[in-house]
Design a protein around this ligand. Structure first.
Ligand SMILES: *Cc1c(COP(=O)(O)O)cnc(C)c1O
Length: 456
């Protein structure tokens, strides 16, 4: 497997110079006596080279020809800020473990919250979207004791598992043919009174579907049911100006939800280990109250460990996010938002190309920047097999797609399959989430067509 590190190599020297300057600034006016931990640098160099050998076995995630899974390279500013903070290794559990990085986390989370019009909310960073959703569902259970969770059949698979962990029932709600929750089906499911929290997914992981949030809010509010927005992948698209009307309406209503989850490590240019959960009503902080004998909370300021299920957390993640947001503020029409819009344009271009090729069919129009399509097939199983062949052939052309299984109701309306010998089809999926994907689309399409010819 060959790696394509052109992206990083090009910026290698200025990158090191920037880190060097920041390290000098960080150590300025140090008053403690010099101290060096005993490190055998020859041995370190040796094992680091071993690690480099092992790391060669990877896909080229950072390259525009990688359109497979939801992987977007962190911004160099994020990587550098993370590395800078690692010379301290702060722990954002308590101010005692990371004073500066805790303050930076509060500012970064406030900035995320402001994207949804929230100024008085309560939130924090966490390991990722799963942990963030776990906290939102847990607070939901504390607020509506004994009642369960409803999410669409296309919601992230962890919602049902998290409900299991919380010991509450989970109900999957049917979707329309574009993978969006059906509000009428939700209304039926809520009639029993067993549900306390509805999860609206703003950008499903499989196809980027945006649930109709205004309708979901109306149905849920009528029954006193909480609404949680799982915007782990899609949340930042609230900044984009090129959404279709239904998706726009959904994002515009996000501020009315009780909680929102957004993953800076998905679309926010951050290294892994950076999700966020934010609650509209700061008083839910009372559910976190604990009285641990190890507690080292000093002073009266809010320690993030007082409002988080996780204990130790990387302060470096907060420093990386804070720095990235200073560089690229999350505002409409800004450079960061333009990057999201470019990915969406790339998705629309790919959908057009796929639609124009007689061999292929797009499953649905992309709502964000994920395109799902399939080879036409006489039978469902044949379409799946053909897609697997195209996936392999594309990889041989250095074009890395993903495979994803979609149920019959989401494939059938496309007319791609004539007879059904299986209840799902393994489809091709492209996450065109790098801004560069727009300019690379002609090259991507050329390689896709070569793969189609090879796999014929
Ligand atoms: C990725 C994703 C998750 C899970 O987040 P992790 O950061 O992978 O734990 C949850 N929900 C949605 C919609 C996602 O796209």
């Amino acid at each position: 497997m060959h790696l394509h590190w052109a992206l990083m190599k090009g910026s290698n020297r200025p990158e090191r110079a920037a880190l060097e300057a920041a390290l000098v600034a960080l150590e300025r006016d140090a008053t403690l006596p010099p101290f060096e931990a005993g490190v055998d640098w020859d041995r370190v160099r040796g094992v680091l080279l071993e690690a480099a050998e092992r790391l060669r076995d990877n896909y080229p995630y950072g390259h525009p020809l990688y359109v497979g899974q939801m992987l977007k390279p962190p911004h160099p500013a994020a990587r550098l800020a993370y590395a800078l903070a690692m010379t301290i290794n702060p722990n954002n559990h308590a101010l005692d473990g990371g004073r500066a990085s805790s303050a930076m986390e509060k500012e970064a989370v406030a900035s995320l919250a402001s994207m949804f019009g929230w100024s008085e909310s309560l939130g924090h960073l966490c390991g990722g979207g799963t942990m963030a959703n776990f906290e939102a569902l847990w607070v939901g259970r504390q607020e509506r004791p004994g009642r369960g969770v409803a999410a669409s059949m296309q919601a992230h698979y962890t919602h049902s598992r998290l409900s299991e962990v919380l010991g509450v029932p989970f109900v999957g709600i049917a979707t329309d043919s574009r993978g969006r929750m059906d509000p009428a089906a939700l209304e039926t499911a809520l009639a029993s009174g067993a549900i306390g929290t509805v999860v609206a997914t703003l950008g499903t992981t499989a196809c980027g579907a945006v649930d109709p949030l205004p309708e979901i809010l109306a149905v849920a509010r009528a029954r006193g049911v909480r609404v949680h927005a799982d915007a782990a992948y899609g949340g930042y698209f609230t900044l984009a100006r090129n959404l279709e009307a239904p998706a726009r309406r959904a994002f515009d209503a996000a501020g009315e939800c009780d909680s929102i989850v957004i993953d800076p490590h998905k679309h926010g240019l951050q290294p892994y280990g950076c999700g966020a959960v934010i609650f509209r009503d700061p008083s839910v902080g009372r559910h976190y109250r604990h009285d641990s004998p190890y507690t080292y909370f000093t002073g009266r300021d809010l320690h993030l460990g007082e409002i988080s299920l996780e204990c130790s957390r990387p302060g470096a993640a907060a420093v990386a996010l804070w720095t990235t947001m200073r560089l690229l503020p999350p505002v409409p029409a800004g450079a960061f938002a333009s990057g999201l819009e470019a990915g969406r344009e790339a998705a629309l271009a790919l959908q057009r190309e796929v639609g124009a090729d007689a061999r292929l069919v797009p499953l649905m129009a992309p709502e964000l920047d994920i395109v799902v399509f399939t080879r036409r097939g006489a039978r469902a199983s044949q379409a799946s097999e053909a897609n697997r062949r195209i996936f392999d052939a594309a990889a041989r052309h250095d074009l890395h797609l993903a495979l994803a299984s979609f149920p019959r109701p989401l494939v059938e309306p496309s007319g791609a399959v004539q007879s059904w010998d299986a209840d799902s089809v393994t489809c091709l999926r492209a996450c065109v989430m790098k801004p560069e994907h727009r300019d690379w689309m002609p090259e991507i399409v050329t390689r896709l067509k070569s793969a189609l010819d090879d796999a014929a």
